[in-house]
Design a protein around this ligand. Structure first.
Ligand SMILES: [Zn+2]
Length: 118
């Protein structure tokens, strides 16, 4: 008995995941730094060395956070390019008209990025 096998995850699901991460990640890191500021502010009265460590640690943590942001953007573009080369929308899998999806009403750059219209 043959059971047709469908993939559990499609590229569109990964594309939507990375696009969501790309939307949410910078705001999340921003609020994390605001929370760290308040923690360091409170620690400055009780454990000044702890506040100093948080300050130094958060400055050096900027590099991995920025690298993760670049990686998320790159993954979104790579997944978008693989769908754009087939002529379909990376998010909803419908046919594109000159890199513009009518179902999602979004437009793609040739490198896979999103065109932000005013
Ligand atoms: Zn679409």
């Amino acid at each position: 008995m043959f059971v047709p096998c469908r993939p559990l995850y499609t590229l569109g699901m990964f594309y939507r995941l990375f696009r969501w991460l790309n939307d949410v990640y910078p705001v999340t890191v921003f609020f994390l730094y605001i929370a760290l500021f308040f923690i360091a502010f409170m620690l400055a009265f009780f454990i000044p060395a702890g506040a100093f460590l948080i300050l130094i640690g958060s400055i050096f943590a900027l590099l991995p956070f920025a690298f993760a942001n670049t990686l998320i953007k790159h993954m979104q573009r790579v997944l978008a390019r693989s769908a754009l080369s087939r002529g379909v929308c990376p998010a909803c899998n419908t046919l594109l008209e000159e890199r513009r999806c009518k179902a999602c009403s979004i437009e793609f750059e040739p490198n896979g990025g999103l065109v932000i219209s005013e």
